[in-house]
Design a protein around this ligand. Structure first.
Ligand SMILES: O=C(O)CCC(=O)C(=O)O
Ligand SMILES: [Fe+2]
Length: 209
């Protein structure tokens, strides 16, 4: 039960901390979002990865893909695999989110939640490879899912944002240091959803100038 969303229907929870989250519905118009969604599902080399947790190999409950400046950055130095090279669709989205984020991104992680059983457990994104107060730009397509956050030191402080088709969520400030976030599993019937998180990874350059 712990993984189930506590705000399945209720929309944005009140008092959402604006210092760590910035939500914009309709960032990409519906028609364009529909096209991008279909294309990403069909054309992405989706993989189901395993991660090591307490010495056990666990299958990630969603599909993922990882794109970025493949020939310029040594991601293996920060424990990551080299990403796939940017597609023109992903580059166009990157250029669209950058002015709002105010930084440039060098990679994007794609998550494909096939139905309500797919999820991402409570976590924060590794600050050592991105800097502690970095901005992550998160773009969502398809099924609306609840993005929950809770304070690391006080789990009763929880909020939820419904991430709509074509929306943009900026994660900023203390979000990765003081808060955890997740996409909970749902027992309600859920269609597919794709989420893209644009990131700026700090890793040594392969092409020093
Ligand atoms: O699917 C989402 O909205 C969030 C994904 C996420 O937190 C991550 O990939 O680190
Ligand atoms: Fe995350």
């Amino acid at each position: 039960m712990e993984q189930l969303s506590f705000f399945a229907f209720s929309g944005q929870s009140s008092g959402l901390p604006k210092s760590v989250l910035d939500y914009q519905a309709g960032f990409i118009p519906k028609c364009e979002s529909d096209l991008i969604f279909e294309k990403l599902i069909a054309n992405t080399p989706w993989q189901q990865r395993t991660v090591k947790m307490y010495d056990k190999e666990v299958i990630t409950p969603r599909l993922t893909a990882w794109y970025g400046d493949a020939d310029q950055i040594d991601y293996t130095s920060v424990g990551k695999t080299q990403p796939l090279a940017w597609t023109k669709e992903l580059l166009a989205l990157k250029e669209k989110v950058e002015p709002l984020a105010g930084i440039s991104f060098n990679s994007v992680l794609l998550n494909y939640y096939r139905d309500g059983r797919d999820s991402v457990a409570w976590h924060s994104d590794n600050e050592t490879v991105m800097g502690s107060h970095t901005i992550i730009a998160s773009v969502s397509f398809g099924q609306v899912r609840s993005f929950d956050i809770r304070l690391k030191t006080d789990h009763k402080q929880k909020y939820s944002v419904r991430l709509e088709h074509g929306s943009l969520l900026l994660m900023k400030g203390d979000l990765q240091t003081k808060w955890d976030h997740r996409i909970a599993k749902s027992t309600l019937p859920m269609h597919a959803r794709i989420n893209l998180t644009f990131r700026r990874i700090i890793a040594p350059s392969l092409n020093p100038i």
